[in-house]
Design a protein around this ligand. Structure first.
Ligand code: ZN
Length: 133
């Protein structure tokens, strides 16, 4: 794995949190994007070389809405940048991790992504992501 690509934070109200994080980081989000397949609205902030993703669930079935119901707002996942997501999925399966998405899917910010189940990684949801351009 190359580096932490971004940290994902679950929020109840993306509009309010965009304002809050703009104040916190001193710059507005460089991108906002709805990912219909995941039922989420997202925004991305940069702080130097690092990125933060805010996620709001668009409906009750959204994984983000379910997460907030169970655990409240807060850090939702850590995304790792990988060069070959298919090879990483195979490698991690062999290492005993539970992969939620056996084949990667389209995520926000021009990435293809797959998640590891938090039960197999100390309670932390790990997102693998690879540039899709
Ligand atoms: Zn993410």
């Amino acid at each position: 794995m190359n580096k932490i690509e971004h940290i994902g934070i679950a929020v109840k109200n993306l509009k309010e949190s965009n304002e809050l994080f703009s104040k916190l980081l001193g710059a507005p989000p460089y991108k906002t994007e709805v990912v219909e397949s995941e039922g989420v609205a997202t925004s991305f902030f940069k702080a130097g070389p690092n990125k933060i993703e805010l996620l709001e669930g668009l409906n009750e079935a959204s994984p983000i809405s379910k997460f907030i119901l169970k655990r409240g707002e807060g850090i939702h996942h850590i995304a790792m940048d990988v060069t070959d997501i298919y090879a990483e999925i195979e490698r991690l399966k062999k290492e005993g991790f539970t992969v939620i998405h056996e084949s990667p899917k389209k995520g926000a910010d021009n990435k293809i992504i797959a998640f590891l189940h938090p039960k197999s990684s100390n309670g932390v949801l790990i997102e693998l992501c690879q540039d899709s351009e």
